[in-house]
Design a protein around this ligand. Sequence first.
Ligand code: ZN
Ligand code: ZN
Length: 346
Amino acid sequence: MKALVYQGPGARAWDEVADASIQQPGDAIVKVDAVTICGTDLHILKGDVPEVAQGRILGHEAVGTVTAIGSGVQRLSIGDRVLVSCITACGSCRYCRTASYGQCLGGGGWMLGHLIDGTQAEFVRVPFADYSTHKVPAGVTDEQMILLADILPTSYEVGVLNGTVRPADVVAIVGAGPIGLAAVLTSRLFSPSHIVVIDVADTRLEAARKLGADVVINSAAEDPGAVIGDLTSGLGADVTMEAVGLPQTFEEAVRLVRPGGHVANIGVHGAPATLHLEDIWMKNLTITTGLVDTYSTPSLIRLVASHQIDTSPVITHRFKLDEFETAYDVFSRASDTGALKVVLTP
Ligand SMILES: [Zn+2]
Ligand SMILES: [Zn+2]
């Protein structure tokens, strides 16, 4: 079969590899019908995630069809359409028993395209398949489903729920990439009075507006603190979310929140950020960060199936699997190409 193989920092190729095969009784083999590229894959290619070995097949998001199951798989059958979640779950360890699947101690957590071969391939082996996949409801397309593998649950759990967005809140989202845009979609579920999105790329701010942002701020031209101050009698946002992963954007998210507010870090960071305790120690802030657990995925699937959430504007480019290298080029030059999420199909 063919797959997108990591060949060390800066190097990748769509290559012939050994076929995916059942290795454990809980495994399923899934034929990939739709797959995408994550910002995290770009971090891996930069060398920011050193535990990813050379020769690893990348990718942790897919929708596909089950083509084989191990002897221990109970809930899946050959032919089932499934969402392959970015988080693998053993289902029985201490963390899995409390739905904290991202912290799984039993061989799960973020495994695909990280510690084991991933989804950017014609077929993928999914361990603990009963707990690591979700059946796709009839009538829901692969494209509607694909963003539920990672960015929707990540923005919802790590941003919206950890940040405790409530009705009438002013929510400020720093960063209008795919995760920030997914945070706009999922914040709206709680009827905030204003969703404010901050970025330096006007194309991304335009996408944020289409998805439901009330106020967009290009921070290269305008001071977000002043705009949010006008909206909040000078107090600051009730909830801020960091959706970039840079020291300055984390510090901005802390600067923009009101006393008593919540700062939810969603971004993947590759360098230390400064927490200015000398300024904020008396502001009664709650600051959260985390890896997605995907406990919310079943709820999000129901919201997509019932048309309460429309993810389609987030997908900007479509390719065939054998165009994977072009897709990476387009996705990695997002500021030139306007790419948000790219979807590849056989
Ligand atoms: Zn991802
Ligand atoms: Zn577990």
